[in-house]
Design a protein around this ligand. Structure first.
Ligand code: ADP
Ligand code: F6P
Length: 483
């Protein structure tokens, strides 16, 4: 039977070593959460890195990792510490990530890290080639593996390959600064179908294809050597029912069944029924606009002092890429800002910001989503942002307000949210006030439309449409070749 091979840098599970013992946790991030349900439904395998490097593994531990990942239908790509330093922390997260998110000032171009990026993409290709059979479909994900489609195509010219980018594709003026731009684009063109979250990213990509590779583009098809490559946008959805159903369970729990976090939140609400909770959840990443959000919240408290002691911001930041200097700097900045704002405004009975720097289990995420009156999501640049969608899906009473940055891919399909420019503190402060004061009927009419859309275009539907488009691209190509 033909199978689908999902490939991404990270597997849906992350293996860690705690006191020389293996610890297995779910991976955090849109790609992992989104693709997890697609993988669970399918009959294929998922190829990726376990999270541990070869030097951390004894033969016994390696066997244990293998057993654990095989249970989840996963296959690992062995990476050395050097690979992780140069390919993952280096080229992926000091070059491609900042460049594609328009952070030119953070972008470094290191030849040695580029060499490592090529080598590690080849390592992924080797593992795939060991596992692929004719008739299989390969679906490659994200910026860490842009060269992989071509590496597979060179060895398996007829295999069906899809590629999806989970982050923005930048405008030509940004992309043209990249020293190895031709090679990167050619790597992607190894795929039959290339998908982006939004039409804008698709347009930027096609513009680079025309201006850098000078290829002919007909609408969204690229004539490339003896093949046609199709490019399209597929905004990623969420596993809507999983979030909605979890919220229903949460809302119906008796006090004794509720988590410690939920009980604390309940007490807080009981103590003042007018008090409002604003929620923000992200990986601690400079693209997420966390300092902006904190400064805008501070600005709000100064501009509308009547809300002091009435509004609390819960800031949940999950540690991410903490070996990269810019992430360490952001952690310091966030700690300082939270300390400063809490120091300035706190009273004996009120702390304006509750700050958690950790990952949380799914049940606690649901506690936070269902308890919060407002979600404040302010990235300065974000390919999609699934947190915005997850918040909406958990609003079973259709109350709640989503404040969303217009710099996110999600904002393109969530017009009923209150859209803001993350650099405009005045606007954010006014929008927080508007959200607090929004009549329940208006909250419900906005959330209702958003929910209907999210339910219709779930992650399953997203994957389905991608596969359908991949099949029809492949069929077109076959006709083209046989003519
Ligand atoms: P990104 O892919 O850039 O991390 P998204 O908003 O698209 O951003 O996806 C983040 C995913 O990670 C969401 O599915 C969210 O539920 C999950 N997540 C974020 N923060 C946490 C946390 N502290 N604990 C557990 N899961 C988290
Ligand atoms: O969706 C964006 C993304 O960068 C994924 O590619 C990645 O897996 C995730 O966020 C989390 O980042 P990391 O894998 O570096 O921890």
């Amino acid at each position: 039977m033909n199978k689908t091979i999902i490939v991404s840098n990270r597997l849906p599970l992350q293996v860690k070593l705690e006191d020389s013992k293996l610890e297995i946790k779910p991976s955090i991030g849109g790609l992992a959460t989104g693709m997890k349900s697609v993988h669970a439904e399918g009959n294929g395998i998922w190829v990726g890195w376990s999270g541990l490097t070869q030097d951390q593994l004894t033969p016994e531990l390696e066997q244990e990792v293998k057993t654990a990942v095989t249970k989840e239908k996963c296959v690992t790509v062995p990476l050395t510490k050097e690979d992780v330093d140069n390919f993952y922390l280096g080229f992926s997260n000091k070059t491609l990530w900042p460049l594609f998110h328009y952070f030119m000032e953070y972008t470094t171009f290191e030849r040695s890290e580029w060499e490592s990026y090529k080598e590690v993409n080849q390592k992924f290709a080797d593992v795939i080639l060991e596992n692929v059979n004719d008739g299989d479909t390969i679906w490659v994900h994200d910026y860490q593996l842009l060269l992989l489609p071509k590496l597979i195509r060179d060895k398996k010219p007829n295999i069906s390959i899809g590629f999806f980018l989970h982050i923005p594709f930048p405008s030509f003026e940004i992309f043209r600064t990249f020293p190895w731009r031709e090679e990167l684009l050619e790597g992607m063109l190894g795929a039959d179908l290339i998908g982006f979250h939004t039409y804008d990213y698709e347009r930027h990509f096609l513009s680079s294809i025309k201006r850098i590779l000078r290829l002919e583009v007909n609408f969204n098809n690229i004539d490339y050597i003896d093949r046609t490559v199709t490019v399209d946008s597929f905004p990623m959805g969420i596993d809507y029912n999983k979030f909605y159903d979890a919220a229903v369970v949460n809302n119906s729990q008796e006090n004794k069944e509720r988590s410690e976090l939920q009980r604390r939140l309940d007490e807080h609400i009981k103590s003042d029924s007018d008090a409002k909770i604003i929620l923000s959840i992200d990986r601690l990443d400079y693209t997420k606009g966390i300092p902006n959000r904190l400064k805008a919240f501070e600005y709000f408290l100064n501009k509308y002092p009547e809300y002091k002691e009435k509004v609390r911001l819960i800031l949940l930041a999950v540690p991410s890429r903490s070996n990269v200097p810019q992430y360490q700097k952001l952690k310091r900045e966030t700690d300082e800002l939270v300390g400063r704002i809490n120091g300035e405004f706190a009273t004996v009975s009120w702390t304006p910001i509750w700050y958690f720097y950790r990952s949380m289990p799914f049940e606690n995420l649901i506690d936070l989503y269902t308890t919060s009156d407002i979600a404040l999501i302010t990235p300065v640049r974000d390919g999609m942002n699934l947190v915005a969608k997850e918040y909406v899906a958990t609003r079973t009473e259709q109350d709640g307000v989503l404040i969303l940055s217009e710099m996110t891919g999600a904002s393109k399909e969530m017009n009923e949210a209150l859209l803001i420019n993350p650099n405009n503190f005045d606007q954010i402060a006014d929008t927080i006030k508007q959200a607090i004061e929004m009549p329940i009927e208006e909250q419900q009419s906005r959330i209702k439309i958003l929910q209907e859309r999210l339910q219709r275009y779930s992650v399953e539907k997203w994957a389905d449409e991608f596969f359908k488009a991949l099949d029809s691209t492949k069929e077109k190509e076959e006709v083209f070749v046989s003519k």
